[in-house]
Write a protein that binds this ligand. Structure first.
Ligand SMILES: Nc1ncnc2c1ncn2[C@@H]1O[C@H](COP(=O)(O)OP(=O)(O)OP(=O)(O)O)[C@@H](O)[C@H]1O
Length: 306
């Protein structure tokens, strides 16, 4: 994709999500982040546990009411929309959750789980049409349509995650937030689910925000990567650029902690420590230091790269 072809589907501006605001236990889970997600791309959102990845996803999709800031979806500001109007947008944005065991109601049949959105948005003309849509969705995620009448406990983790993907696809969204969709799965299954998500993306021109703490898999699925640290984006660029030329010390430390498959290289491989005691300095903000490469830094540092 060249710059001129990149059309944002989601624009996040100065988004803040604070919990227990003004109280002693206030948490600035998301602290003034701004970024775009382009149509048809996968933006990987990475960071360690507690950095605010899930909160970012949930705030964009309005599972939380943002403390402040704006979220534009197809140029409409949805950050302050009220319930009735929000429903239409919910149909276009879906979420796939981390834990395929917790996210599927064990008392519901697979067909009712998948058809949840179809029912809410009245997308089936009658029960035959509903069944047909469910069968098509099961086929799309490479599951046997005959599974429709079974319950979640009859399936493996990978199969359950496919059911979760079918549920998300049921309302024909154009934007999906995948919140660590593979981290609860066996390594052998992870690639299958990633490949499925990529095939579906190509077929349907979907846009993904792919949340991950594991940097090795996110590399293969993401066009661009945003690195989140303590509720702030500290670096964002095309995937190759982030992996080959990381500029922020936190990104450098994250990448240096990824195991190297070659034992020869591993011997000379040092984990770069990041000073967590003074992570941010006065005057720093996310600045475009090279075309398409954003770094959380001060003006003087940004000048160095121009
Ligand atoms: N509902 C909530 N109430 C209070 N604090 C919360 C709530 N949800 C998240 N937090 C806090 O906000 C911070 C960010 O959490 P979040 O779950 O977004 O991080 P994460 O990067 O997704 O982590 P993980 O990889 O562990 O899921 C954490 O300090 C967390 O404890």
């Amino acid at each position: 994709m060249t710059n001129s072809e990149q059309k944002p589907i989601v624009k996040v501006r100065h988004l803040k999500q604070y919990f227990n605001e003004g109280k002693k236990d206030e948490v600035k889970a998301v602290d003034d982040i701004s970024f775009d997600i382009y149509e048809g791309e996968t933006l990987g959102l990475v960071g360690e546990s507690g950095s605010g990845k899930t909160t970012t996803g949930r705030s964009i999709i309005r599972l939380y009411n943002p403390t402040s800031g704006d979220v534009y979806f197809h140029d409409e500001n949805i950050a302050k929309l009220k319930n009735k109007h929000l429903k239409d947008f919910r149909k276009q944005m879906q979420m796939i959750f981390q834990d395929p065991y917790a996210s599927l109601d064990p008392r519901m049949k697979v067909k009712d789980i998948i058809a949840e959105g179809i029912d809410i948005h009245h997308l089936a003309q009658n029960s035959e049409d509903r069944d047909r849509q469910v069968a098509d969705l099961l086929k799309k995620v490479n599951l046997n349509p005959e599974f429709a009448n079974r319950y979640p406990h009859e399936f493996s983790g990978g199969q359950r995650q496919r059911i979760g993907i079918a549920r998300a696809l049921a309302v024909q969204p154009d934007f999906i937030i995948a919140d660590e969709p593979i981290s609860a799965l066996d390594v052998s299954i992870q690639a299958q689910v990633v490949n499925l998500l990529q095939d579906i993306q190509e077929e349907q021109g979907l846009t993904y925000l792919f949340i991950a703490h594991d940097l090795s898999m996110v590399k293969y699925i993401s066009d661009r990567i945003a690195v989140l640290y303590k509720g702030k984006i500290v670096e964002m660029a095309e995937t190759e650029e982030v992996y080959n030329h990381p500029l922020h010390p936190y990104t450098q430390s994250l990448l240096s902690a990824v195991p190297v498959p070659d034992p020869e290289l591993e011997r000379n491989h040092h984990v770069k420590e990041f000073d967590h005691s003074h992570p941010f300095k006065e005057g720093e903000e996310l600045r475009e230091v090279k075309p398409g490469h954003f770094l959380y830094c001060d003006e003087a540092t940004a000048q160095k790269y121009q």
